[in-house]
Design a protein around this ligand. Structure first.
Ligand SMILES: *[C@@H]1O[C@H](CO)[C@@H](O)[C@H](O)[C@H]1NC(C)=O
Ligand SMILES: *[C@@H]1O[C@H](CO)[C@@H](O)[C@H](O)[C@H]1NC(C)=O
Ligand SMILES: *[C@@H]1O[C@H](CO)[C@@H](O)[C@H](O)[C@H]1NC(C)=O
Ligand SMILES: *[C@@H]1O[C@H](CO)[C@@H](O)[C@H](O)[C@H]1NC(C)=O
Ligand SMILES: *[C@@H]1O[C@H](CO)[C@@H](O)[C@H](O)[C@H]1NC(C)=O
Ligand SMILES: *[C@@H]1O[C@H](CO)[C@@H](O)[C@H](O)[C@H]1NC(C)=O
Length: 352
C-alpha cells in the first residue's frame, strides 16, 4: 500500500513539475482576466472561483468541425458583475462539446457554455473554478446541465493528484494561476488551512459557531460569519444591515441605492483620514488577515478628497453570509484543493 501511494505521489510530482510555472492573470476594474482557447478562437475570460462552468458571452462562440451541441444547459444569476459589485447579470446558456486549450494544456470535447440570452459580462465571459455543482444533471429536467469542472478535467488530463490549484494575486494588478501544489518559495509566514464545502462554493465548513470565521473591523470582532471565498467578486460583500452598521461604526457616510428591489450600501469618507481596516480571522487562530490598504479603496473623486470604501452591503445576502472577494486575495497565495475540500493561504513573499 505504501509503495503504491509513494509511486502515485512521485508521478504526480513529476507531472506537476512539467506544468507551466503559472498562467498570467491581469486585473482590470475588479476582475482578473486570462486567455482561454475554444477551437480556433481565443477568449479573454474572467477567472471566477465563485462559479462552476466556462461561459462564453452571447454571440461570440463559433462552432468548429469537432464541436457539437448538447442542447442542455441552465439559467444562472450572478451578483457583482460590475466593478463596484452592484450589477446583477442573468444568463441562459447551452453547452457545446469542443476542444479547449488553457496555456498549452488541451482538453478534448470539453463542455463550453454558449450564452444564448444574457446580460453583458466582463470581457468575453467567465471561466469558473468553484467546486462541482451539487446537481450536475436533473432527472426531472432533461434540458438541465450544470457543466463540467475545468480544474477536474485538467487534473485528469495532467494526472495532478490531489487535484488543486493556487491563485497568487499581487497588489500591482498582476497574478498567476497554477495547477498542482502550492509553490512554497513564493510565500512567507504561516499557512492557514480551512475546511471548505465539497460542492458549489469555496465556503468555509465550520463545525460550530465557535470555529466560524470572524469579521474584523479595526482590530475588533464584528461578529461570526459564514464565509465564501470568491476571487470573481470584485469586493468584500456582506448583508445590508451588517455592512451598514460596520460602515457607521467606522464613521463613514452611507450611500444607499435601491433598484429592482435590491438595496445596496457603500461608505464614503474623507480620503485624508486613516481608513477603516476590514479583515477576517479564522479560529482557533486570532491572527487577523486584512484587506490590502490600497485594495480597500473602490474609488476617489477627481480632487482626491472623497474616497469610497470597497465594502458592499446588499439585501441579496442574508445574515451571516459574506463573500470574500478579490480585494482580500491581493498579496496572498490562495490554494484550492478539490479532493480534500480545503482552502489554504499565506502571504506572498513578493506582492508586486
Ligand atoms: C481582457 O479584458 C480586460 C478587460 O477589458 C482588459 O483589461 C485586458 O487587457 C484584456 N486582455 C487581453 C489579453 O486582451
Ligand atoms: C450559440 O449561441 C448563439 C446565440 O448567441 C446561437 O445562435 C448559436 O447557434 C449557438 N451555437 C451552438 C453551436 O449552439
Ligand atoms: C459530441 O462530442 C463529444 C465530445 O467530443 C463526443 O463524446 C460525442 O460523441 C459527440 N456527439 C456527437 C453526436 O457527435
Ligand atoms: C462539512 O464537514 C463535515 C465534517 O467533516 C462533513 O461531514 C460535511 O460533509 C462537510 N460539508 C460539506 C457540504 O462539504
Ligand atoms: C458556522 O458558523 C455560522 C456563523 O457563526 C453559524 O451560523 C453556523 O451555525 C455554523 N455552522 C455549524 C455547522 O455550526
Ligand atoms: C465610486 O463608485 C460608486 C459605486 O459605483 C459610485 O456611486 C460613485 O459615483 C463613484 N465615485 C466616483 C468619484 O467615481
Amino acid at each position: 500500500m505504501i509503495s503504491v501511494a509513494g509511486a502515485t505521489l512521485l508521478a504526480a510530482t513529476a507531472v506537476a513539475a512539467a506544468l507551466p510555472k503559472g498562467i498570467p492573470l491581469h486585473l482590470d476594474h475588479g476582475f482578473w482576466y486570462t486567455k482561454f482557447s475554444v477551437g480556433h478562437q481565443d477568449f479573454n475570460l474572467t477567472v471566477d472561483t465563485g462559479s462552476f462552468a466556462v461561459l462564453i458571452s452571447q454571440g461570440l462562440y463559433k462552432p468548429t468541425p469537432v464541436s457539437n451541441s448538447t442542447n442542455q444547459g441552465e439559467f444562472l444569476q450572478f451578483n457583482g458583475a460590475s466593478a463596484d459589485g452592484t450589477a446583477p447579470a442573468s444568463e441562459v446558456f447551452t453547452f457545446v462539446h469542443d476542444d479547449v486549450k488553457f496555456d498549452g494544456i488541451g482538453v478534448q470535447g470539453f463542455l463550453v457554455g454558449n450564452i444564448t440570452n444574457g446580460d453583458p459580462l466582463p470581457a468575453d465571459g467567465i471561466i469558473g473554478f468553484s467546486p462541482p455543482a451539487t446537481d450536475i444533471t436533473d432527472p426531472d429536467d432533461p434540458t438541465f446541465l450544470a457543466g463540467q469542472s475545468l480544474v477536474q478535467a485538467i487534473c485528469d488530463e495532467e494526472k495532478i493528484s490531489p487535484c488543486e490549484f493556487g491563485l497568487a494575486l499581487k497588489t500591482d494588478g498582476t497574478g498567476t494561476l497554477s495547477f498542482g501544489p502550492l509553490d512554497k518559495s513564493k510565500v512567507k509566514g504561516k499557512l492557514t488551512t480551512l475546511p471548505t464545502f465539497s460542492h458549489d462554493a469555496w465556503q468555509v465548513n465550520n463545525s460550530s459557531e465557535a470555529d466560524s470565521p470572524i469579521l474584523v473591523l479595526n482590530g475588533k470582532s464584528f461578529g461570526d460569519i459564514v464565509a465564501t471565498f470568491d476571487n470573481g467578486t470584485p469586493n468584500i460583500i456582506g448583508p445590508l444591515e451588517t455592512v451598514r452598521a460596520a460602515l457607521q461604526a467606522a464613521g463613514y457616510d452611507l450611500q444607499e441605492v435601491t433598484s429592482d428591489d435590491i438595496t445596496t450600501v457603500l461608505g464614503t469618507y474623507d480620503c485624508s483620514r486613516p481608513p477603516a481596516r476590514f479583515g477576517f480571522s479564522f479560529p482557533p487562530s486570532t491572527e487577523v488577515h486584512y484587506v490590502d490598504a490600497n485594495a480597500n479603496v473602490l474609488n476617489r473623486t477627481a480632487d482626491g478628497k472623497v474616497c469610497t470604501a470597497n465594502v458592499l452591503g446588499t439585501s441579496t445576502l442574508d445574515v451571516p453570509q459574506w463573500q470574500i472577494g478579490q480585494t482580500w486575495f491581493q498579496g496572498r497565495w490562495v490554494q484550492h484543493n478539490l479532493d480534500k475540500s480545503t482552502i489554504a493561504f499565506a502571504d506572498l513573499r513578493s506582492v508586486r
